[in-house]
Design a binder for this molecule. Structure first.
Ligand code: MG
Length: 203
């Protein structure tokens, strides 16, 4: 199982971190050891002093494929959920400054959280999807798929030019503006439309 992530897929988020709007999807990966198993506590990583949440819509790949055309891409994922792409922002800033890869900031054990799956219907994909994150009961991030720079289908097509997609792979589709720091004791809650999908305490 592979975990793909899209960076800078919402213009307001790219701006808040001082990045340019990309002209093609920014892709990075997390290994499967990054996935937090359900009912497992999440611990603040000891190597960071600036842990950030990034709430994202996550797609589940349901069909193997390579060189998937954009118009066929919707057939390659069957479920959606929300998750958190946890980021050690201090480490990422340092790596970015040095022009080095991001894995130590993004791909550590348990840095990828995903809630239960919602099966996708064609109707759901006709309408914008809304999602949000609360930290200690205050809304901190609000997302709307209308604001994505690259659509689900563009992302899947683009990834499949470089990497074979396999059943069970996950695609984190980018975070909207509002990323921020979390500390031990914070309680994050993720919402897909009005439905609460997860609650996670930073231990
Ligand atoms: Mg992200």
């Amino acid at each position: 199982m592979k975990i793909f992530c899209v960076g800078r897929n919402y213009a307001d988020h790219a701006k808040e971190l001082g990045n340019d709007i990309p002209d093609e999807p920014v892709i990075f990966m997390k290994p499967k050891t990054a996935l937090l198993q359900s009912h497992t506590p999440f611990y603040y990583p000891e190597f960071s002093n600036e842990l950030h949440y990034e709430v994202e819509l996550v797609l589940r790949i349901s069909k193997n494929g390579k060189y998937i055309p954009e118009r066929q891409a919707h057939k390659y994922y069957d479920a959606i959920s929300i998750g958190v792409d946890f980021t050690a922002r201090d480490i990422q800033s340092d790596l970015k400054k040095k022009g080095l890869p991001w894995e130590k900031a993004k791909s550590w054990d348990n840095s990828a959280v995903v809630a239960d799956w919602v099966l996708l219907t064609p109707e759901m994909l006709q309408e914008p999807i809304h999602f949000s994150l609360k930290n200690n009961k205050a809304v901190v991030q609000v997302g709307d798929t209308n604001d994505m720079i690259f659509s689900f289908n563009q992302i899947v097509a683009h990834i499949s030019k470089y990497f074979s997609l396999n059943i069970g792979d996950l695609v984190y589709t980018g975070t909207p503006a509002g990323v921020g720091e979390c500390v031990v004791g914070d309680v994050l809650e993720g919402f897909f439309e009005a439905q609460k999908m997860f609650e996670l305490e930073i231990k």
